[in-house]
Structure formats: structure tokens, C-alpha cells
Design a protein around this ligand. Structure first.
Ligand SMILES: C[S@@+](CC[C@H](N)C(=O)[O-])C[C@H]1O[C@@H](n2cnc3c(N)ncnc32)[C@H](O)[C@@H]1O
Length: 326
């Protein structure tokens, strides 16, 4: 059995257990060794954090110092929100359906930050990191890892919320920045629409959204025999059996994401894509579901979509805004 089908099958079995995220964490800890963020992953997330901040600086009129932000999809390692805190953000709310940040995970993440600060490499990734806030992180990294991580993160103005970000309960027009890092690719279109409606509600009129979306077949990370385009060969019906609830991949393509963002009343102000190898895409017989997408769109493996709320002239609920990617 190919590696990726084996992984998908194990995760499908895990998803049937009660409190499946706990069992999956145990599986990662004991077998796949993916529980703690590896150093390369940590550094990769710092680069993504810097890029989120660059987008905010470029497209917002507010300074980062007064920034109040919302993150969709905390995950297990709150590296990007801690990076925002270091660079001066005032308040950060981070939402996840499941409580994934465990005390040992937060301790490990804080130690990674403290090491990077001590070695001088943090400033390379986050040039805007503040001295007083770096000192605070170093102080926290030295504490024993027995405190509730939600309480620890509160000290960094990071408010962890376990729940659906379609219902943040934050006041309307109270947030300057909404961001996500490798999250949209796991969420079905109808739910993305609900999330974008909520983000439109909570963002100030001059607010900014920055979403980093992965569009590659994530099983290609565990199986070198398949390409990042492999999942495009399966019909929706076949994919229902191969997909699994733990790493659920929607296979929405870049044009679908652009459409959802515009349809929710945003103007796309910037788009930046990482493309795969044309030969690898040509080697995959496409399922009919994907044959209408332009070849260049199907080549997209990762995408930054940056958007701002459309003003009333650009958008009314019955018409789509006309903004084009920059
Ligand atoms: C792949 S993880 C991303 C983790 C993190 N952003 C990172 O970079 O490591 C995606 C997360 O999004 C969360 N998620 C999916 N739908 C959500 C929703 N409607 N509201 C809040 N979180 C959601 C999932 O539970 C999952 O933990």
C-alpha cells in the first residue's frame, strides 16, 4: 500500500475515536515525530509572520503598535501570534475549533523563541521585534511548563478562544487585521463563506486580511512517489474515501478562493503565488472537476491572498466587487 494511503487510513481510524485530536497528538509524539515544531518549521513560520506583517504595513493606514488582530486556526504552535506580539501588536485573538496548544508545546515554542533571541537570529526574521517584549519571552521560557497555556498566552496579549471563528463574539468594526496560515485549504467553501462574512463584520473599514493558503496535495510530503498535484486525478466521489477528517483537504483551487473572498465583500489587493513544476502537473490525468481551471491556476501550490473590505461603491450584496489581484 502506498505510504500516503497508509497515512490517510491511520488518520481516518484515529478520527473515529472520541477526543480524536488527543489520539492524533499521541500518534505524532510516538510514531510520526511531528508533535513539536522542528527548527526548520519554526523558522518557516517566522518568515510567514514577517510576510503577514509586511502585508499589514503595506495595505493598512494604522501602525503595527496599535494593531488588534484575529487569527483563524491557532493549531499546535502559536508561532505567528507570538511573532506579532514581539513586533508590537496590542491584542491578538486566536480561534481554533480544538484546543491544540498543550503546556509542553507552548514551552517548546517559547524556548525556540528564547534561543533565537539569544543567538541573535530572531531579529533577522522579525526586524521589528521589540527589546522589552523579547525580554518578556525569555523570562517566560525559563518558567516550568505546568501553567495552563491559555493563561500564559494572555500575558502576551494573545487571547486563545476554542470555538468556531464564524462566531467570534467580537464587536463590529473592532479589529484591524485578520490572518491565517495554512488553514483555508482545510475548510469547505460554505464554511469559508461564513468565516469571511464574520471577518467583514469585525474588520474596521480600512482593515486588512492576509491569508496564506496551501493548495498542494499534502500527502506528497510523506510519499515521494506522488507529486503535489496527485489529488487532482480523483473525482469528488473517489476523494471522499481518500480524504480524511484529521487532515481534511478541500482541493478548492486558487480561483475558488479568489471568488469566495470577493463574494464576501472584499477587494483583493495583492496575490502572490508559488508555482509547481509544469511537467509534474502534465503527468497527472485530471478529474473532470478540474479540467475547466486554467493550467496556470492549477500550477499554484501556495498563495498569499491579501484583501480589504470593499467600500459600498465597490460592493453591494447582490453584485460582486470588481477588484483585481495586484
Ligand atoms: C493546519 S491547522 C493550522 C495551524 C496554524 N495556523 C499553523 O500555522 O501551524 C488548521 C487549523 O484550523 C482550525 N479550524 C478549521 N476551521 C475552523 C473554524 N471554523 N474556526 C476556527 N478554527 C478552525 C483547525 O481546527 C486546525 O487546527
Amino acid at each position: 500500500m502506498p505510504n500516503w494511503i497508509l497515512k490517510s487510513t491511520v488518520q481516518r481510524l484515529i478520527s473515529w475515536l472520541p477526543r480524536s485530536h488527543r489520539w492524533n497528538a499521541l500518534f505524532q509524539k510516538k510514531i510520526s515525530r511531528g508533535y513539536f515544531a522542528r527548527q526548520a518549521t519554526f523558522e518557516g513560520k517566522l518568515i510567514l509572520c514577517r510576510q503577514h506583517l509586511e502585508h499589514y504595513r503595506k495595505f493598512s493606514t494604522q501602525p503595527v503598535e496599535n494593531l488588534s488582530a484575529v487569527e483563524l486556526g491557532t493549531g499546535s504552535w502559536p508561532i505567528v501570534p507570538i511573532g506579532l506580539y514581539l513586533c508590537g501588536a496590542a491584542e491578538i485573538w486566536t480561534y481554533d475549533l480544538v484546543p491544540l496548544v498543550e503546556p509542553d508545546l507552548l514551552q517548546h515554542t517559547l524556548t525556540q523563541f528564547a534561543d533565537a533571541i539569544r543567538q541573535g537570529s530572531l531579529k533577522k526574521y522579525l526586524p521589528g521585534a521589540r527589546v522589552d517584549r523579547m525580554a518578556k519571552i525569555q523570562e517566560m521560557a525559563d518558567l516550568p511548563a505546568n501553567e495552563n497555556p491559555v493563561k500564559s498566552l494572555e500575558r502576551l496579549h494573545i487571547h486563545v478562544r476554542v470555538g468556531d471563528a464564524r462566531h467570534t463574539t467580537l464587536p463590529s468594526h473592532s479589529v484591524h487585521f485578520v490572518f491565517s496560515t495554512v488553514v483555508f485549504e482545510h475548510i469547505p467553501a460554505a464554511i469559508i463563506t461564513g468565516l469571511l462574512d464574520e471577518f467583514r463584520r469585525i474588520l474596521v473599514p480600512a482593515g486588512v486580511m492576509s491569508h496564506y493558503i496551501g493548495l498542494a496535495d499534502q500527502y506528497a510530503n510523506v510519499d515521494r512517489t506522488i507529486t503535489p498535484f496527485n489529488f487532482l486525478r480523483y473525482t469528488s466521489r473517489q476523494w471522499r474515501w481518500l480524504n480524511n477528517p484529521i487532515i481534511f483537504q478541500t482541493r478548492l483551487r486558487i480561483e475558488d478562493h479568489r471568488h469566495l473572498v470577493r463574494q464576501a465583500g472584499f477587494v483583493l489587493v495583492h496575490e502572490e503565488n508559488v508555482l509547481g513544476q509544469p511537467d509534474e502537473l502534465r503527468s497527472v490525468p485530471l478529474a473532470p472537476e478540474f479540467s475547466h481551471h486554467p493550467f496556470e491556476d492549477l500550477l499554484v501550490l501556495f498563495s498569499w491572498l491579501i484583501a480589504r473590505p470593499a467600500n459600498p461603491v465597490e460592493f453591494s450584496p447582490s453584485t460582486e466587487p470588481t477588484g483585481q489581484p495586484g
